[in-house]
Ligand binder design. Structure first.
Ligand SMILES: [Zn+2]
Length: 333
């Protein structure tokens, strides 16, 4: 097991065009395929994407590690080692401490996934049974008001939190209260364990298909704020997995507008939290050719749009909503 940072350093030190040309000469990114009896140059390399593919004998493109794995008939760790040796990069196995940190992160992700599953099932049950208790009625009313259909509820794994139930569920699933508190879904308050989301519609935030956090719309009359994010710095966009292969994308405010846009057939991502769009998010858009910003038509939205435009160097298109509306209002009106 190697540290991801080291793997990335090995990758950066071994450009695929350089590695491939040690096995087959490349001309304008093309060469005779080393994997089949080739006479025309069928193997081509994309320097920009750092991948290579033979159009005759390969279904999928490979990166530099995949190429070495095929060429040398070795496993992934062995391929990393071969390429590291070429550049005299020292590979170190993870330290005990790093392994522990990784284990802990894995455990946290498991809790978040279990929590998302629990909340999601609960919401589906409430919607199906038209449960009449106060909290259920609030959840049903919210979903109806936003106009979310079943398809997006399933796709985005929307959930519902009551005042209790999660804690018992997590313990039943083999987690401890401490696990729950560390992951943020439970909190210790005056010696009592409470749930972080009490009466809320809960939106799991997924990255590479994994639940990494939550944001929740609080529904109780005594709720202090409308939206509550799980503790910790927000370093992702809502629904950001679509950025990997979307050509055009709508940039919205928060999960509700994002889901609404998706429900109406657009590809959308949402900015989470009040800190707005961060410089570090720009890299996530490198494969996207057209970005449409669609923030709320209010003072904050106008300000946010101006900032976005600066950050994208003017390379975005702005969708203007009628005064005072957000995207969800617009589609529902
Ligand atoms: Zn081939």
């Amino acid at each position: 097991m190697y540290d991801q940072d080291v793997i990335e350093r090995v990758r950066a030190a071994n450009p695929i065009e350089e590695v491939v040309s040690q096995y087959t000469p490349l001309k304008n990114g093309k060469g005779v395929c080393p994997f089949h009896d080739d006479h025309d140059p069928s193997f081509s390399v994309s320097v920009r994407k750092q991948i290579g593919k033979c159009f005759v004998c390969m279904d999928r493109a490979v990166d530099v590690f995949g190429f070495i794995m095929m060429m040398e008939k070795v496993t992934f760790p062995e391929a990393v080692r071969i390429l590291a040796d070429k550049k005299a990069i020292k590979l170190q196995e993870l330290t005990e401490e790093q392994k522990k940190a990784l284990e802990k992160q894995k455990r946290q992700r498991e809790i978040l996934r279990a929590t998302a599953g629990f909340y999601h099932k609960q919401l589906l049950e409430v919607l199906d049974s038209h449960a009449a208790d106060d909290d259920s009625a609030k959840a049903i009313e919210y979903i109806q008001k936003k106009g979310f259909d079943k398809e997006v509820i399933l796709k985005f794994k929307l959930g519902m939190a009551r005042r209790e139930g999660l804690c018992d569920y997590l313990i039943k699933e083999g987690f401890s209260e401490t696990d729950g508190i560390e992951s943020g879904v439970l909190s210790a308050y005056q010696g009592k364990v409470r749930e972080f989301y009490e009466v809320a519609i809960v939106f799991p935030i997924m990255v590479r298909g994994e639940v990494v956090s939550f944001t929740g719309r609080m529904l109780a009359d005594d709720a202090v704020s409308k939206f509550k994010h799980l503790k910790g710095e927000i370093s992702y966009l809502y629904n950001e997995d679509v950025l990997r292969d979307a050509d055009e994308v709508m940039l919205c405010e928060g999960p509700v507008d994002t889901i609404t846009a998706e429900q109406y057939g657009f590809t959308a991502v949402g900015i989470l939290g009040s800190q707005a769009f961060k410089e570090s998010y720009l890299a996530k858009f490198r494969n996207v050719s057209e970005v449409y910003s669609c923030l709320d038509a209010d003072a904050a939205g106008t300000e946010g749009t101006k900032k976005l435009n600066d950050m994208f160097f003017g390379d975005i298109k702005v969708i203007k909503l009628p005064e005072g509306m957000d995207l969800n209002d617009y589609f529902n009106s």
